[in-house]
Ligand binder design. Structure first.
Ligand code: ADP
Ligand code: MG
Ligand code: MG
Length: 252
């Protein structure tokens, strides 16, 4: 069992006009085996939350704590966070020219495990992951994210999730830009991951569409840098019907 605990997290980003406060006190606990969905309008700070947990240097933590089984995540380097079991699928995955998908995966896996993966099972595992995401095996030889379509980027993120097998997956708008077939493939990949023992998912989205396939245990409405309301899966249906207006006009 492991627990990711976010308490009163406050985060600023540096802008031309000085620091701008984005997260205004976020409190959230995710236990292993749980899937939490964060839903909110554009610009509410959802990606900021994901990046702050993963350790992106652009964001300054001005208050609050993030712990993983009591260990201070905010004190950890990005590598240490990954070793501790945190994985981030970015909303806009970055291109890594000259580094093939196969090399990228192997380097990441070796760093995480402290030893190189066994060659025989490795090739099979990578091909299996590509296959599940409906990516051609030759995809492994392409440079990471370079010239990938929007859907290929997202499917590649889930292939990484499959291979790297973290404890906590932070998935930032993994559903954006996917057509209905790709959404199904990606959702199946997330559900495969969730079926493994003691895995946690923080699924960030602003559409309820993906939640028809990936059923969350908890749903949080995220507005203006904080959680405005939390509930069960029924909250997503309420949002589908009524949108975020209730939260944005109520002065939260
Ligand atoms: P979301 O993922 O919910 O759409 P983000 O976390 O991406 O929201 O952004 C939250 C807010 O922070 C937005 O208003 C965005 O414009 C602002 N922001 C993020 N990065 C910067 C930056 N470098 N300079 C100025 N504002 C920023
Ligand atoms: Mg956005
Ligand atoms: Mg975002």
């Amino acid at each position: 069992m492991s627990t990711l605990e976010i308490k009163d997290l406050q985060v600023s980003v540096e802008t031309e006009d000085g620091p701008k406060e984005i997260l205004k006190g976020v409190t959230l606990t995710i236990n292993s085996g749980e899937t939490h969905a964060i839903m909110g309008p554009n610009g509410s700070g959802k990606s900021t939350l994901a990046y702050s947990i993963a350790g992106h240097p652009k964001y300054s933590i001005t208050g609050g704590t993030v712990t993983l089984d009591g260990e201070d995540v905010l004190e950890m380097s990005v590598d240490e966070r990954a070793k501790a079991g945190l994985f981030l699928a970015m909303q806009y995955p970055v291109e890594v020219p000259g580094v093939s998908v196969a090399n990228f995966l192997r380097t990441a896996k070796t760093a995480l495990d402290g030893e190189a993966p066994k060659l025989r099972t490795w090739v099979k595992d990578v091909n299996g992951a590509m296959n599940k995401m409906h990516l051609d095996p030759s995809f492994s030889q392409r440079s990471v994210n370079e010239g990938f379509s929007g859907g290929e980027k997202k499917r590649h993120e889930i292939a990484q999730l499959d291979i790297l097998d973290p404890a906590f997956a932070l998935l930032d708008e993994i559903d954006s830009g996917l057509d209905i077939d790709a959404l199904k493939v990606v959702s199946d990949g997330i559900n495969d991951f969730r079926a493994r023992e003691a895995k946690s998912v923080l699924l960030i989205t602003h559409y309820t569409r993906i939640l028809r396939y990936v059923k969350p245990d908890r749903v949080h409405v995220f507005v203006a840098g904080r959680i405005a309301e939390s509930g069960g899966p029924e909250l997503a249906e309420e949002l589908e019907a009524n949108g975020y207006e209730k939260y944005t006009t109520a002065g939260v």
